[in-house]
Write a protein that binds this ligand. Sequence first.
Ligand SMILES: [Fe+2]
Length: 379
Amino acid sequence: MSEMILKNAAVVLPDAIVTGTVVVKDGVIREVASGATAVPGEDMGGDYLMPGLVELHTDHLESHLQPRPKVRWPAASAIAAFDAQIAASGITTVFDCIRAGRDIDHGSSKNDVMETLGALKKAGSQGLLRAEHRVHVRCEVCVEDVIEITEGAVSAYPVHLMSLMDHTPGARQFRAMHLWRTYYGGKTGLPAEELDKLIARKLDQYNRNYATHRKHLVALARANGIVLASHDDTTVEHVEESIADEVAIAEFPTTLEAARRSHEAGVKVVMGAPNVVRGGSHSGNVAAETLAREGVLDVLSSDYVPASLLVGAFEIARRIDHISLPEAIRTVTLNPAKASGLDDRGEIAPGKRADLVRVRVVDDLPIAREVYREGNRVV
Ligand SMILES: [Fe+2]
């Protein structure tokens, strides 16, 4: 039996912080004890010891796979670099976003998607990954190839989470048409008349495909036991549609009313940690901090900056008087674990996986100094 003792730590429990010792045996937490101990062990020097972070939505792998426009980096190398950054950010369970369906500026061919999934599976089976990687397929519901790519992924690899996205101009994240024009116009560099044609094409695609594709994807998730997430829900009607489809997670609701309705219905509200760190949404939608103050934020996600997850949780606790540090840390540990159906991790408690992060706060900035996955030090 391998045993590890981490002592003199500020141990972050779900509802309290206690200074003491965590005992790990065979990758599982066996005991949490408060107070000093004479038993030999790793001295945490009074640093925080918290559960390994659980990340439900990172698209950061894409920037490793495609470090420049039209440059595809070899998948195995991209995954190794991405994994190192994820683990160094204190994340021990990560749902890697893979896009299904080509949008204007995003999306890979079916071959690229399958190659990425194959490389992820291989790296995992070779024991090369520091974090546990799970797969989150982001389905751009209205586009033509979304079903083919999603079905291909689900039939070949374990897919754990599927989100249903609709980025039609004038809807949801881009409810104000000028925001869609600014965002996609900036990305594509197209002149105004070309953008008009594009908008007409996207609206046509929505009218033809939204209802049938969504129904098909929901059925696919249900048949394969895959957790479903909505994306950018904006109105109460969107949320009602999500509830009817047995969605468990609401990613990035864009209004307080949509977030509140989701939260009250038990659909876990996920917001971007970069939104917290930057102090608002880059698309002009409701701020994550507002939802936290209103008591309807369940989960933070690092979205496009892995390091934002730890910082965002500490910032929530620092800025909002009625949110304690343990409560804020739950938004990046226990809450995302439960929302995605993982009940073996996300808290420091006997019997849970020894996924642990040692954190020191310097000038209000939390730094992950050591990371353990199932009792093995990975950073
Ligand atoms: Fe979106």
